[in-house]
Design a protein around this ligand. Sequence first.
Ligand code: MN
Length: 564
Amino acid sequence: MSTAWLEKTHSPLLDKAYEVALKAHEGERRMNGDPYIVHPLAVAEAVQSWGLDEDSVAAALLHDVVEDSSITIEDIRKEFGDEIAFLVQGLTKLQNIAIPKNQDAENLRKFIIAFSEDLRVLIIKLADRLHNMRTLQFLPEERQKPFALETAEIYAPLAYRLGMQKLSGELEDLAFPYIHPEEYRWLVHEVKDTYEERQEYVRKVLPLIEKTLASHHIKPIAIDARAKRYFSLYKKLLRHNMNLNEIHDLVALRIIVKTVEECYAVLGVIHAMWPPMTGRFKDYIARPKPNGYRSLHTTVFCIDNKILEVQIKTKEMHDENELGIAAHWAYEQVKSSNKTRSGWKGVKNKKELMWVQQLQNWQKKFASQEEFLNAVKVDFFKDRIFVFTPHNDVIDLPAGSTPVDFAYRIHSQIGDSCVGARVNGKITPLDYELKSGDVVEIVTQKGKKPTEGWLRFVKTSEARKKVKSAINENERKLIGKAAPKAVEFKVVNADRPGFLKDITEIFANSKINITFLTSETDHRSAFSTVILRCPTLPQGKLETLVVKLKKISGSKEVSYKFLR
Ligand code: MN
């Protein structure tokens, strides 16, 4: 087993976590016969290489401890503190939830994000998945394909969404041979020569580019030939009738420079060397991809008129493209260790603060990318729960929601006629507080109506609104009357110039539409009677109107009645 990296870190915290894990997994073996500790070590090493904080690395070492030994979360809290206990607990929860079957992939991804609570939990989980995929050949055959499928459909897209492209691609490539074994063999065989040929060609082009860039005083940090990953190549081939000749980025040239200005300068040089293919230039620096990917892409007709794709980016972009959200941690940590590290200690909610900053950073980048934000948001807004319908659809509700909130979310009729609920198969009161993962079934009865009491416990505003309106309607029905549709005022006033305007102004100032108005003057008494209608109003507003109308000079009588 490799503990070399652990020895190199010289961290008493990690050494302690390692000792605890070693003891907890003592005598336990992996499917391939390795001592179990190899697994948490590999997971921790990956987490560390992505630049996550020490707490996360320790949690990675301990991630299977609660599951596999008599050690409890409380033990971990005593030994390692709240932060690490919180992360380990998240990982244990994630391990233990029974993911309902027949879920669509998007629902499952949401579900996993919701359960992770903290993005670090999710990232450690991804490292766990990565190591399990690397050792998948030792799993019994009937479990390999489902595991690989779950990886390709759930975890790889999650990694991609977090901007961790390298991990996402690696997870997919590890899953590929288990999901489509024949296609995989065909592709590897088919592509092998072409790959080598293309790599050879790019290597030939390389010195030429270096020389030309040097003459423009540009010295790239690195130039390399990047081969397209198998699974993404396979997916692309499916869109191009399996014709390899149509794939221009089979091997792409990657140029990494120091600044954004240099990126565009390099682009100019390349376009001056070889004519660009029209419609193939993509500026992902000005307009990053939804997951944050930034780079310049162009395709040129290179030496011997061969097509070559070139990607140009800075080192920072490159790291971010490969590591995604994890890269932000790495940068944050460097920054904070330089100057504000000690400042952190004084901050009570260090974790919260970091998350807020993280969220702000990401929000700046993704403000327009609703889909991505929504995926990340659930993590930050921990006050959400995810429950299931009997058909396994995920329903997303605020924490504290009850079966009534659930029922109204499904349909207002189900809410109105709900009389009981079964949660995870058990009859439950309507004010029961739902928890993430609950399967909720609503019992309805025709003709049943909501009661006032529901208003004491419903959580969502939509349920509250619907309960109220159902109660009102019910009351109206009980007194056998239809809801008033309009109010008719009768105003008797001294017939003087401008009095009609005084009346209508009162309505206008209160923003009430007058839908009907007549006036008749009795010339003998010199009083006018005005009949005026408007849409129905709350009692309070009505009274205020009456008071105002009575204040008009020459007022004799003001009255109103409801029209139904
Ligand atoms: Mn594990």
